[in-house]
Design a protein around this ligand. Structure first.
Ligand code: ADP
Ligand code: MG
Length: 322
């Protein structure tokens, strides 16, 4: 069972940033309006997440760390209309099996509780005095999986990957205030204003903020909206290309290719443009289930999506350049 968990963990927990992503998504699913993230040594030493979400019920606390413990899917049909970030109930059990994880959680109605799990083993569980919400402290990630530890990059590189993930997630959730601290230094702060452009300013710079403009377009079963830049503000990589589908940070070859192709028609824009593309679509028309880390997304009608994204961005750039 132990080995099985460690293998399964490899699929969900590839590196510290995957832990951060899963935990932040849990905080979002819990309805948090404030999420604090702190890491030390690229997350290898410490990953700490504090939220003010609904908390975990006393009687559910232990179970949350068991494989396939999810409070989010109740019937098989739910799988086809997922509205939450998480749904597999794999993250906490995977993380718990390859680290030392201290959790404190309190719901509105109950007292707070604290539980310590090391390498999948519960060390203790007890009462904890605290405000509503959840705190998780993950220490010594992969301490019992040396093979995986060897694959990690330097702490500063792992830290940068974490900063990028938190920054991008914060753009998808402009109503949530995020606070990211890396090795004691404040790296990102957003204010929950509800405006994605405000978050773009916090994540990138005032310059980027001042050079991007809003676009939107509506189709029968989905909407496309976001921000694009019509000047050279990207640094010759895809770091400034962000795609959210139903607020989930995703990779999509279809959308990336369509958007980049639209930009290519305009000489003022570099090969790797700046864009934040949000797609709101009926959950039945996408498949987020094909990748363990839920990153690459599939659309029911790729060709239609390609045309729609290309058309929308091409048109918006043309108008924006006038
Ligand atoms: P999933 O998100 O797929 O349901 P996880 O393993 O990530 O599975 O989490 C297991 C369960 O633990 C969740 O379904 C949720 O009930 C609970 N949980 C985890 N993190 C939090 C949190 N920050 N606030 C409230 N509940 C949480
Ligand atoms: Mg989850």
């Amino acid at each position: 069972k132990d080995t099985f968990n460690k293998i399964a963990a490899g699929e969900v927990v590839e590196r510290p940033a995957s832990v951060v992503k899963e935990l932040v998504e849990n905080s979002i699913d819990a309805g948090a309006t404030e999420i604090y993230v702190e890491i030390q040594s690229g997350g290898e030493e410490l990953i700490k997440i504090v939220d003010n979400g609904e908390g975990i019920l006393e009687e559910d606390l232990r179970n949350a760390f068991l494989p396939h413990a999810t409070s989010k899917i109740r019937t098989a049909d739910d799988l086809f209309s997922i509205h939450t970030m998480g749904f597999r109930g794999e993250a906490l059990s995977s993380i718990a099996s390859v680290s030392k994880i201290l959790t404190r959680s309190k719901t509105k109605e109950q007292d707070g509780r604290e539980i310590l799990i090391e390498g999948g083993e519960i060390r203790y569980e007890k009462y904890s005095s605290m405000d509503q919400g959840t705190l998780m402290e993950i220490r010594d990630l992969f301490y019992n999986v040396p093979a995986r530890k060897k694959f990690l990059k330097t702490p500063s590189r792992e830290g940068a990957i974490i900063s990028e993930i938190v920054s991008k997630i914060s753009m998808a959730h402009p109503s949530i205030s995020f606070f990211l601290v890396v090795d004691g230094k404040e790296m990102l702060r957003t204010y929950g204003t509800g405006n994605q452009k405000d978050v773009i300013r916090q994540v990138y710079s005032k310059k980027v903020h001042d050079h991007v403009f809003y676009f939107e377009n509506h189709f029968d079963s989905f909407s496309i909206f976001g921000f694009i830049g019509h000047e050279e503000i990207s640094r010759g990589s895809r770091a400034h290309e962000t795609i959210f589908v139903n607020k989930r940070l995703v990779q999509s070859k279809v959308i990336t290719t369509a958007a980049e192709k639209a930009f290519k028609s305009f000489a003022t824009v570099s090969r790797f443009p700046f864009f934040v593309i949000n797609i709101g679509i009926f959950p039945e028309l996408i498949d987020v289930n094909i990748h363990p880390q839920k990153a690459e997304i599939k659309f029911e009608d790729d060709a239609h999506m390609f045309k729609s994204v290309f058309g929308t961005i091409h048109q918006s750039l043309r108008e924006g350049l006038q």
